[in-house]
Design a protein around this ligand. Structure first.
Ligand SMILES: [Fe+2]
Length: 135
């Protein structure tokens, strides 16, 4: 069972961004599978690094459109991205220092943050972007 199951309630009505969100969901699900299957530290480290890199790419995409179209809620939105980057980097650091294993609590944080962010904060830009012709 995937930790997060994508359905249409996740759609922000912008094809490129939906595609990136699906990839983030799939990376979090892979990480959860790897943890549950008791995969080695190498696999977990590799997957978490991939998640951090991809999240950065994705946030850059959204933030590029915020600037391009003058999205009024950009500062607040960018702060949420910053919070996620900071939390996940802190997890990675603790894991690297072997002070923390990947736990259900970490996985729950990742899945809840992403789900709430997409369905709450991201969905607020759908209409704005669509009106600017971004679909
Ligand atoms: Fe976002």
């Amino acid at each position: 069972m995937p930790l997060i199951k994508w359905d249409n309630s996740f759609s922000v009505n912008v094809a490129e961004i939906d595609g990136q969100h699906q990839k983030l969901v799939s990376l979090i699900n892979s990480l959860d599978d790897a943890m549950r299957q008791g995969r080695g530290k190498e696999v977990l480290d590799k997957t978490i690094a991939e998640l951090i890199n991809y999240a950065a790419t994705h946030f850059q995409t959204e933030e590029k459109y915020f600037e391009q179209f003058g999205y009024p809620e950009k500062d607040e939105h960018k702060r949420e991205h910053g919070y996620f980057v900071q939390k996940v980097s802190a997890f990675k650091k603790e894991m690297d220092e072997r002070r923390l294993g990947l736990t259900i609590e970490v996985m729950n944080f990742l899945s809840h943050w992403l789900t709430n962010h997409i369905k709450g904060t991201d969905k607020k830009y759908s209409q704005f972007f669509n009106e600017k012709g971004l679909k």
